[in-house]
Ligand binder design. Structure first.
Ligand code: FAD
Length: 396
């Protein structure tokens, strides 16, 4: 697509904004449409803000390709902008022999990905994170850092506003393909040279109107958080060994740059895409229940994960699980928090499996970003390069 062409981006989360920035730098005319009254009001402003360091991902995956570079570039960005960052690193702890074995696998995988990780013993763990508990060994990742994701969104929006070739509009929802090079929105029909679908929780619906991604559907998973007071019990970030059958990392302790320690996020399926309170019974509930039912019945790994993970989220078990990872937590020290986010988790309906990697598909003069799950916040800059170089600059 020649420089100077018009690119329309649907979605003003971190991915849409990063893609918009990259396109503008390449000389395209960019219009970003966001359905809400402001940018980053969904996953991008509601996540843990952890800049991941490339540990968990399958070595040949896009996640592995982008996370380490994304972490480095996001740190540079926040430092240039004077955004507060907590660079205390993180530890991953095991609770038994089985998790200790998986910890070693995780360590090997991280090294294959080129991540800086150290396998440490209990004594070294105490020096880094005095109250963390582990079976025998732990992983230390010095490059994991934490930011407030809202600060990053605000800075990205300011950067985009300063560019002559970028226009940002809020309160406009992309509805569906209208005709070749045209999209129907709540504010009428817009024309474009290329459309980028970065609509997060709604990306599958928009993609389908382009005849793209017929094998995929989004299933929303809610993550709620609690807060640890007294916060001095955790210096940095303490993570469990994740369950191997889910893409989620397990409830963890995260110290924000302001010094608050959050515990979460959980991972509950919910019945509508933006069900921030309650289960969210709504217009799409029957469809979401059908998706969930199929994944549950046809995917044994998912069933196992549900039974081993979800029970951990209930009151006393949640407390017990937290105490297995960090000592000194009293019964009243984990208090409610209003922080909550929803993951736009893609399901492959051919196997009814949760898709682990990022998915980007090209369509007629359009690009559809379908599984921008964690660590897409960390990876936003190299992810945007991939979308632009791989799907836009080469288009006729
Ligand atoms: C609880 C939780 C914790 C997480 N923790 C981390 C973490 O610590 N580190 C990390 O790297 N990642 C983390 N993630 C993942 C990260 O938040 C996401 O990968 C990332 O925010 C995805 O960005 P996005 O722009 O694709 O989606 P979104 O932020 O959802 O943005 C999509 C935007 O599109 C808009 N939109 C939707 N439909 C339309 C439409 N039709 N027309 C116009 N606009 C539309 C929405 O309003 C929204 O603003 C976490 C996610 C969750 C939910």
């Amino acid at each position: 697509m020649p420089r100077g062409s018009a690119v329309l981006v649907c979605g003003g989360g971190i991915v849409g904004l990063a893609v918009g920035g990259r396109l503008a730098d390449e000389g395209y005319d960019v219009l970003i449409l966001e359905k809400e009254g402001d940018f980053g009001l969904h996953a991008s402003g509601r996540n843990s803000g952890v800049l991941h360091a490339g540990i968990y991902y399958a070595p040949d995956s896009l996640k592995a390709r982008f996370a380490i570079e994304g972490n480095r570039r996001m740190r540079e960005f926040v430092k240039e902008r004077g955004i507060p960052i907590n660079e205390s690193g993180k530890v991953i702890v095991a609770r038994d022999e089985d998790e200790d074995r998986r910890l070693e696998e995780l360590y090997e995988r991280a090294r294959k990905n080129g991540a800086e990780v150290h396998l440490i013993d209990g004594k070294e763990l105490k020096e880094i994170e005095p109250n963390a508990r582990t079976f025998e060994r732990a992983i230390f990742s010095p490059n994991t850092a934490v930011v407030n994701p809202k600060d990053v969104i605000k800075a990205l929006v300011e950067t985009l506003k300063s560019k002559r070739n970028v226009r940002l509009m809020t309160g406009v929802r992309c509805l569906k393909r209208y005709a070749k090079g045209k999209v129907l929105t709540t504010e009428g029909v817009f024309e474009y040279g290329v459309l980028v679908n970065a609509a997060g929780l709604h990306a599958d619906t928009l993609a389908r109107s382009y005849g793209v991604g017929k094998d995929y559907l989004i299933l929303p998973f809610k993550g709620t958080y609690k807060e640890l007071r007294p916060s001095h019990l955790v210096r940095g970030n303490v993570y469990p060994v994740p369950h191997p059958k889910t893409p989620f990392l397990g409830v963890h302790f995260t110290r924000s740059p302001e010094g608050r320690v959050f515990v979460g996020p959980t991972a509950f399926p919910v019945l509508s895409r933006e069900a921030y309170s309650g289960l969210g019974v709504g217009r799409e509930t029957h469809k979401i229940l059908w998706r969930l039912g199929n994944v549950f019945l046809r995917n044994r790994g998912f069933r196992e994960a549900v039974f081993s993970e979800i029970w951990k989220y209930s009151g006393s078990r949640f407390y017990a699980r937290c105490s297995e990872m960090v000592e000194g937590i009293g019964k009243g020290d984990i208090i409610p928090s209003d922080r909550v986010g929803i993951r736009a988790q893609l399901v492959d309906v051919r196997r009814w499996s949760l898709v682990m990697d990022f998915v980007v598909l090209g369509g007629e003069r359009s690009v559809h970003i379908l599984n921008a799950v964690s660590p897409a916040f960390t990876s936003a800059f190299p992810f945007a390069d991939y979308v632009v170089n791989g799907f836009i600059t080469g288009l006729e």
